[in-house]
Design a protein around this ligand. Structure first.
Ligand code: FES
Length: 106
């Protein structure tokens, strides 16, 4: 699936990702800046905070109760479209997904 990452300054990165990897892994693999993924995808660092485009939040779903939501408390400027990118698994139903990057990771 294709994923578009949009930096806070409007710069866009279009990535062709493998099915089954996370939106964090796809960003790191393709050199998209602004997603660190320090914990390797374990929902334990909150350096992969992204805002799901409002048109897509219905498909990705909101942040999961429990681990993901509690980790997001460590991220800055969280809103109702905030997710941990490592917790979004890419699939064909998410082809065209748009993720906005925060100004900075915490
Ligand atoms: Fe650490 Fe997502 S990579 S929380």
């Amino acid at each position: 699936p294709r994923v578009k990452y949009v930096e806070a300054n409007g710069r866009e990165y279009l990535v062709e990702a493998d099915t089954g990897i996370s939106a964090m892994e796809a960003a790191v693999k393709n050199g998209v800046p602004g997603i660190d993924g320090d914990c390797g995808g374990a929902a334990a660092c909150a350096t992969c905070h992204v805002y799901v485009d409002p048109d897509w939040i219905g498909k990705t779903g909101p942040a999961a109760e429990g681990l993901e939501k509690s980790m997001l408390e460590f991220a800055e400027d969280v809103n109702e479209n905030s997710r941990l990118a490592c917790q979004i698994t890419l699939s064909d139903t998410l082809d065209g997904l748009v993720l906005k990057l925060p100004e900075k990771q915490h």
